[in-house]
Each structure stands twice: as structure tokens, then as C-alpha cells.
Write a protein that binds this ligand. Structure first.
Ligand code: G6P
Length: 489
């Protein structure tokens, strides 16, 4: 039975950890989950559907072993534009040299003069004078001439280039649709296997997110949709994208390439704030503890980066290659958890940040009003916990949009809901079947208190807040909050 373990009780900001070759050992994976990975990410950019299924099964087994609810996020490959391969291994591009991208070149015939590219529309998307970036912006090419199937460039910043590296146009504007045929297969996989979150890579507009949501629904899935903000166009359409998404990811890798890395820190703060005010969950991703791919301790700059994301109000911070392919997957999660706790300790002692400013703004509905009241009271009374009875996770989601020092326990009988809330800041899942608690209110209280006490989340005589609706087991009905004293008589 997944229960709350001590580390997640203290830590509010959640950790998303990517699995890969470094976690293909069941023992390592279980340790990583015990160390505090709340959500596991499967990256569909690499490997096959069979690889993802194998890893998903390992994650579910590890979650059972570690006695924890663990959410799963499938990150779709999307239309990342990549160069093809080289005939004799990596080449080194020299500043000032000519270099051609050729959509008709054999995929294995690249040289120091030219390389293939499978995306045949590329010559239509670029013009002379554009800047193209290879390998996350490490190599910079100036476009000089564009033919029907070729792009002639001059190397502005050179470096080593190997097979299948990513290609971006500075300023965005590459027209490939956000969902590729391969993504459709992955969405079916997500639906069939009860994956909790599906992330849309390179989303440009609300339509991309709506398309993914429709495909998930058609395939019978329950996954919530994550919009990865990594394109210039996504920044232009930020508000509409957030509105139609459930979760937003600050995907700093490609975003930094398309927007220029100097813009990133400001963009991160804007995206996090915009997401929270629109009642959306937000993940901060990419290179957070990059040096831990090789080293057992993070750099001070990485420590500061993770801590600042926590202070910006992110729900979760993400590890990519650090856990998927690094030498220290378990240590990376441990280090991240420690840094988060340190940052939260600072934040909790600075109460002016405790509440979201809502002045002059009307609540969107009863749930937001209840959540706001709960948070206000939680911040002005000596309370131990908030208990939210929930079917879908919606009530605790509202509460977690507002800062409070008090943990929110999502009491639900649904396993999918328990996995879903693992991503929400300050929310912890607890198994509870409100329908089995008895008919009277006294029986309900007794059942709730018993559960809280057996999990050691409260002590007798502690004050807790309970939220619920008029009828039990009905989604969307939350309309009351009560302050209760924990007692068993
Ligand atoms: C449980 C409670 C209901 C409440 C509902 C909220 O079922 O018994 O009284 O209305 O949760 O669920 P939601 O999915 O909207 O958070």
C-alpha cells in the first residue's frame, strides 16, 4: 500500500527523474524512488516502444517495492529537426568554412562539407541571412544561399559535430507540426498503459495541445497534457497554450537555443508565474544538475539554479541525463532533494511570499474560493494538515496553487489520482475510500483521523482542515471546509 515516506513529508517541491540506461537496474531504480523521485519520465526521443514498456514495468515494480505512489510522464519525441549521419564518424567544423545541409544526401554520407537532413521542408523554412544552430547551439551557421533541397551556410562558430544532432533556427519559424506519426504511436502506448502525463514537445499553439488531448481521449487514455515551452512561437502564444494545458514545462534546452540563453531566467519566472495564476502545474527542466552526470556532487551554480526554481514557485524540478545516463542517478536525486529542502526552509521563514496576490480578481468558482480560504486559515492558525477528499485531484490542485506551510493530503480511493497528485507542490496522496467510511459524519471523521494517525501525519488533539462536498464520491462538488480537532472518541 503506497504510503507517505518521511522525505516527501518535509519536501514540498517535487522531483521528476528521467529513466534510461543508468536506471535499467531494478535495485538502482528502487533506490532512486526511495531517495525522492516523485514522478518518473520516459523519454520517447530515444529507444523503442518496447524499451518504454520494459522501463514502465520496472518503474511500477520499484514503486511497489518502495511503497510509494509514483507518477509517470511520457515525453513525446516531437518534430525535433536533426541532421543525419557522417560516413567516417564525427567531423570538426572550422570557423569560416562552407557547410551544406542537403535534404537529398544519403543519411550516412555526411562529411566536413555537407550533411543530410530528413526534414525535407527545411529549405522552405529558412532564408539567406538566417542563423542555424546545431547541437543545442554549440555550432552556429550563417545561411548564405538556399536551393530547392540544399542550404549553403558559413560556419560562424565551429566545433565537433556527430550523427543526429539537433538543428534549430534562431528565432523559431520551423513549420513541422508538433505531433509526428511516431508520437501517435506513443500516445496510444500511453493510453493503453495508464500513463499519467503526456508531454507535447515543440508545441507552437493551443491547437497542438488540443490535438494531443483529443488523441489521448480517442485512445481511451487518462493522461493529463504537459505543454513543453521550447519554441519561440510558444512564447508568443504562452497564455493560450497554458489555458488549454494541464501542466507546463519550462524546457530550457531548446528554449535557450531559440530565444538566446540570456533570456532564459526571465522567461522561467514568467512561465512559472503565469502557470500558477492560471491554476496549472509547472515543471522546470534541463541541465539542473548537469555536472552530476560525471560527478557525485553538484556545482554551486547548479545548487543555486535548483533553489531559485523552488523560490520561483515551480511545482517540480526535473533531472534528465543526470539520472537517465549519468554515473550517479541516486545521488542526483538525493542532492536535488536536499537543495529543495534548503530552499524551502528559507522560503518558509519569509512569510510575505506566503500568499498569491489575488486582489481585484474574482475567484473562478467554489473550489478556488474554498482553496483560498483554506490557505488563508492555514497560514494564520497553528494547523497540522489539510485533508482534501478528492476524486480527480482537482481540489488539492487548487490548494497547491497558493503557498502555505501546511501539507495537503489528497485522500482518494483512485490509484490514478494518487499518481497524478505526486507532481503537485505540497500535495501528498493517501489511500482512502470515502464510500467505505460509514454513513454518519462521526464515522467519516473517525475513519479520517484513524488514517492520519496510523500514517503518523498528525497526533491526537492536532487541528486539521477538511474539505469536501455535500455528497460523497462526487467529482467537482467541494463546497465546504471545516476545522477539526483530531480525536478518536
Ligand atoms: C470526494 C468527496 C466529495 C468531493 C469530491 C471532490 O468524492 O467525498 O464530497 O466533492 O471528493 O473531488 P474533486 O475531484 O473535485 O477534487
Amino acid at each position: 500500500m503506497p504510503e507517505i515516506s518521511a522525505p516527501s513529508m518535509l519536501r514540498r517541491t517535487k522531483i521528476v527523474a528521467t529513466v534510461g540506461p543508468a536506471t535499467d537496474d531494478q535495485e538502482v531504480l528502487t533506490q532512486m524512488i526511495r531517495a525522492g523521485a516523485d514522478v518518473v519520465r520516459l523519454n520517447a526521443s530515444h529507444g523503442t516502444v518496447a524499451d518504454r514498456l520494459r522501463r514502465l514495468e520496472m518503474v511500477r515494480a520499484a514503486a511497489r517495492d518502495a511503497d510509494r505512489s509514483v507518477g509517470v510522464l511520457l515525453d513525446l519525441g516531437g518534430p525535433k529537426i536533426r541532421i543525419e549521419g557522417f560516413s567516417d564518424g564525427p567531423v570538426t567544423l572550422i570557423e569560416g568554412a562552407a557547410f551544406r545541409l542537403d535534404t537529398r544526401l544519403d543519411p550516412k554520407a555526411g562529411t566536413v562539407q555537407a550533411v543530410g537532413c530528413a526534414y525535407t521542408e527545411l529549405p522552405r523554412d529558412v532564408t539567406a541571412g538566417d542563423t542555424l544552430l546545431l547541437n543545442d547551439g554549440q555550432i552556429v551557421l550563417d545561411v548564405e544561399r538556399v536551393g530547392a533541397t540544399t542550404i549553403d551556410t558559413r560556419v560562424r562558430v565551429g566545433g565537433e559535430l556527430s550523427d543526429r544532432k539537433g538543428l534549430n533556427r534562431q528565432g523559431g519559424g520551423i513549420s513541422a507540426p508538433a505531433l509526428s506519426a511516431r508520437d501517435f504511436e506513443d500516445i496510444k502506448f500511453a493510453a493503453t498503459h495508464g500513463i499519467d502525463y503526456v508531454a507535447v514537445s515543440f508545441a507552437r499553439s493551443a491547437a497542438d495541445i488540443i490535438q494531443a488531448r483529443t488523441l489521448v481521449a480517442e485512445a481511451g487514455g487518462v493522461a493529463r497534457i504537459v505543454a513543453k515551452i521550447e519554441r519561440h512561437e510558444a512564447i508568443d502564444n504562452l497564455g493560450e497554450i497554458i489555458d488549454v494545458s494541464d501542466v507546463v514545462m519550462v524546457a530550457r534546452g531548446d528554449l535557450g537555443v531559440e530565444m538566446g540563453y540570456a533570456e532564459l531566467t526571465g522567461l522561467q519566472k514568467t512561465i512559472i508565474q503565469e502557470s500558477r495564476t492560471r491554476n496549472r502545474v509547472v515543471i522546470t527542466a534541463t541541465q539542473m544538475m548537469e555536472s552530476m552526470i560525471q560527478n557525485p556532487v553538484p556545482t554551486r551554480a547548479e545548487v543555486s539554479d535548483v533553489a531559485n526554481a523552488v523560490m520561483d514557485g515551480t511545482d517540480a524540478v526535473m533531472l534528465s541525463a543526470e539520472t537517465a545516463a549519468g554515473r550517479y542517478p541516486v545521488k542526483a536525486v538525493q542532492a536535488m532533494a536536499q537543495v529543495i529542502e534548503g530552499a524551502e526552509k528559507y522560503q518558509l521563514t519569509h512569510p510575505r511570499w506566503r500568499q498569491r496576490a489575488v486582489e481585484g480578481q474574482l475567484f473562478k468558482g467554489t473550489e478556488e474560493a474554498i482553496a483560498m480560504a483554506v490557505t488563508y486559515i492555514a497560514n494564520h492558525m497553528n494547523l497540522r494538515a489539510v485533508v482534501a477528499l478528492t476524486e480527480s485531484g482537482e481540489t488539492p490542485l487548487w490548494m497547491s496553487r497558493m503557498r502555505s506551510d501546511i501539507p495537503v493530503y489528497a485522500f482518494t480511493k483512485h490509484e490514478a489520482t494518487r499518481r497524478r497528485v505526486t507532481l503537485y507542490r505540497g500535495v501528498y496522496p493517501v489511500i482512502f475510500d470515502v464510500g467505505a467510511a460509514g454513513n454518519s459524519i462521526a464515522q467519516l471523521y473517525r475513519a479520517l483521523f484513524t488514517r492520519l494517525l496510523e500514517l503518523r501525519l498528525v497526533e491526537l488533539n492536532d487541528l486539521v482542515i477538511l474539505t469536501k462536498g455535500e455528497s460523497y464520491g462526487v467529482q467537482g462538488g467541494t463546497n465546504s471546509m471545516q476545522i477539526l480537532k483530531v480525536a478518536l472518541d
